[in-house]
Design a protein around this ligand. Structure first.
Ligand code: ADP
Ligand code: MG
Length: 700
């Protein structure tokens, strides 16, 4: 295989023949021409078996199909030509201190040069008279037009690299796209052995190619249309399997015995009537959806999405009350002690008038109080407990759990949520709440078995938080503004980013910022601080002090991100705002403006590019978390959007999560399939494929 411009070209030549028994599960390290060292490098790309390799999909394609006759070449751009090698010379350049290989190339009567730097082996791969395709940047050199470090490949009926659409793969050190192309090219016959996880009937109905053809076309496409069709087919398969898993989980859940909480209209009315405000339409709809789920025999699995302050807790409180009246217990779990305390206070205020007094269980709860609470829960005397991870300790036993509410559920792993459910005799109803909404285009895939309620409007009278991006030179002015706000009796949050990887708790940035503000900028004001290294109790004390007006400014990391209520705080300053995600900035902004005072969010940036500026301006001009989530997705792509990775879904290699239409087709096909074949007995590969999805959607 002389066409490989690679020092290991000769070794790779031995891959010409496949070993006699090569299957999808053959380890690539056992293939001739790979070996243990390359094998380890491939493993870094997630490629261990031949099947992994065939599923290591290109990121894009390099298109060198347009051939330019030599006499039409122009200096300055990448071009491709079909040429004959006239001569090849290798030499050392003392001035440039490098090895040069130079060649003269011809077609018809035209001649151009080619030059390669520090790749002396190329001289052995080319010889006079050889016909090759070359592709590279053409420059105007001393001796006329010259290809600079061009890729090349000997002319053949079956080009792999040049003069075609050539796959560009995710690479790693020592594993180039060129190497992968050659390796994959040799293994294409194995595509015929790959199990097709899409049933033929589904495939045909959807007009999709068989797996073997899809893999061949994705690696070595005939043309753009074939490459796109191959990817669609592979993406459809991934989405179909996810939807199948989700739909099976849904069927299993709805078919299992759950805790039934009858919908008592009088209880709902009494609760609404007791509120000091009218429920928003969104709250009314969401509450209705939740209460209807509770009354169904199958356990609820619902997510309530809504911006900070949209009133999610009120909806959860109504569900807790209904559950209590039906004689079951309710658990409310929050990711931090601060939040748990706050939920406790809110729920206490909302529910105590209805005879439902919550208990609070935290990691820091003293052992005597803890024992008492555990006894009450086990005996069934305590109908509602609010807390943190402390709630999923093994010795927390519930007498008759009917409803689990988890706030900011993306902060909890699947396993932790599962453990909560296990505390029940019958499958409890499950309500997750989040102020970090996932865009609609993603809920279909990521929340396959979850019903979603949304609070898109804020309670009336809430003023939008005025948001400004503050450039470094305007800092002094911003501090004057802060001083004026404090002068009017208001309070201010200052959020610091995590500057170093090693300082995950933000101790450094918070301490430094606190010193600067307390000693230099506002020596006359009371500046409090809070960071991740402090014990929970101390954090709570400092937070309480600030919340009760004992400090003017609070310098903190984003621990205050979710939940914390300080109605008198009107300014949110975010230092190094460019380091935060859009959703996170929106969360932080939601910490202020919780009262009748006008509120402000100042995004301090330390020098940003145009992209960064667009992101921050988007936060300044967009008030809805739902809209920002969509925008974030557009700007960053689905891979980075908050929460995606925590879902524990098998890696999606081909599917475009933003392709809502494909997702819907896959969902419809999965639902239809299960109607006919609920137990998955009709097509073995499907059944097998489901093993990888069990943990994600299974409730039991
Ligand atoms: P979330 O949990 O979504 O952040 P909360 O349920 O904590 O929001 O509500 C935020 C604040 O708004 C609370 O003080 C709550 O009493 C108040 N609130 C909730 N619903 C309404 C409403 N419909 N009208 C007026 N105020 C409301
Ligand atoms: Mg809340």
């Amino acid at each position: 295989m002389p066409d490989l411009a690679d020092t290991r070209g000769r070794r790779m030549g031995r891959i010409l023949k496949l070993p006699s028994a090569c299957w999808p599960d053959t380890p690539v390290a056992e293939l001739p021409g790979v070996g243990p060292v390359r094998g380890q490098r491939l493993a870094r790309l997630g490629v261990v078996t031949v099947a992994d390799l065939l599923l290591h999909l290109p990121r894009r394609y390099e298109d060198t199909r347009e051939l330019v006759p030599l006499r039409e070449l122009r200096a300055g751009s990448v071009q491709t030509s079909r040429v004959r090698v006239r001569d090849v010379r290798a030499r050392h350049s003392p001035q440039r201190r490098m090895q040069l290989v130079e060649a003269t190339l011809e077609d018809g009567g035209a001649l151009v040069g080619a030059i390669w730097f520090n790749q002396p082996y190329i001289a052995n791969q080319l010889s006079p008279g050889m016909e090759v395709l070359v592709s590279g940047k053409v420059i105007s050199g001393l001796h006329g037009l010259t290809f600079q470090n061009p890729k090349f490949e000997r002319v053949s009926a079956d080009p792999r690299h040049v003069g075609r659409l050539a796959a560009v793969y995710p690479e790693t050190e020592g594993v180039t796209s060129k190497y992968l192309r050659a390796l994959v090219g040799r293994l294409l016959p194995v595509t015929e052995q790959m199990p097709d996880r899409l049933p033929p009937g589904v495939r045909e109905a959807e007009g999709l190619m068989p797996i073997g053809e899809a893999l061949r076309q994705v690696h070595l496409p005939d043309d753009d249309a074939a490459a796109a069709a191959a990817r669609e087919r592979l993406g459809f398969e991934e989405l179909f399997l996810i939807q199948l898993a989700a739909e099976r989980a849904r069927r299993r859940r709805l078919g299992s015995a759950g805790v039934v909480v009858p919908y008592d209209v009088e209880v709902a009315r009494a609760f609404s009537a007791g509120l000091p405000f009218r429920l928003t339409d969104g709250q009314r709809v969401a509450a209705h959806q939740v209460l209807a789920d509770l009354a169904q025999p199958g356990p609820m699995n619902r997510l309530l999405q809504g911006d900070v302050g949209s009133g999610k807790t009120v909806v959860a409180a109504m569900a807790a009350l209904m559950t209590f009246r039906a004689g079951f217990q309710c658990v409310v779990m929050a990711p931090t002690e601060i939040l748990a305390r706050q939920h406790y206070a809110t729920l206490e205020a909302l529910l105590a008038p209805h005879g439902l007094a919550p208990r609070l269980l935290l990691g820091s709860t003293g052992s005597r109080a803890r024992r008492e609470i555990l006894e009450g829960l086990a005996a069934g005397h305590d109908p509602l407990v609010v807390g943190t991870h402390a709630l999923i300790e093994d010795d927390v036993v519930l007498h008759d759990l009917g409803l689990v509410v988890v706030d900011e559920q993306h902060r909890f792993g699947v396993a932790q949520r599962q453990r909560l459910r296990l505390k029940a005799r019958a499958m409890p109803n499950f309500l997750a709440m989040t102020a970090t909404p996932i865009p609609r285009s993603l809920t279909l895939t990521l929340y396959g078995d979850v019903d979603v309620s949304e609070l898109r409007e804020m309670p009336p009278g809430r003023l939008p938080v005025e948001t400004r991006v503050v450039a470094p030179h305007l800092r002094a002015e911003a501090y004057e503004f802060v001083r004026a706000q404090v002068g009017e009796g208001r309070q201010v949050f200052v959020i610091c980013p995590l500057i170093e990887e090693s300082d995950k708790l933000g101790v450094k940035s918070v301490t430094a910022e606190h010193r600067k503000l307390a000693e230099e900028v506002f020596p006359d004001l009371r500046v409090e601080m809070l960071h991740g290294r402090m014990p929970a109790r101390e954090k709570a004390e400092r937070m309480d002090r600030f919340a009760s007006g004992g400090a003017d400014l609070l310098v903190a990391t984003s621990v205050v991100e979710v939940g914390v209520d300080v109605p008198n705080a009107t300014v949110m300053i975010v230092e190094g705002a460019e380091r935060f995600g859009l959703a996170q900035l929106h969360q932080l902004r939601g910490r202020v403006g919780r009262d009748r005072h006008r509120a402000f969010c100042l995004l301090f940036e330390d020098g940003i590019d145009e992209e960064g500026s667009r992101r921050l301006q988007a936060v300044a001009t967009t008030q809805s978390g739902f809209d920002l989530a969509e925008l974030d997705l557009e700007l960053r792509g689905p891979g980075d959007v908050a929460g995606l990775r925590q879902h524990g879904l098998p890696e999606m290699r081909a599917a475009d999560l933003l392709d809502f239409a494909l997702g819907q087709r896959a969902r419809a096909a999965a639902v239809a399939w299960l109607e006919e074949d609920p137990e998955l007995t009709a097509y073995e590969p499907l059944r097998e494929a489901m093993h990888g999805y069990g943990a994600v959607f299974d409730l039991d």
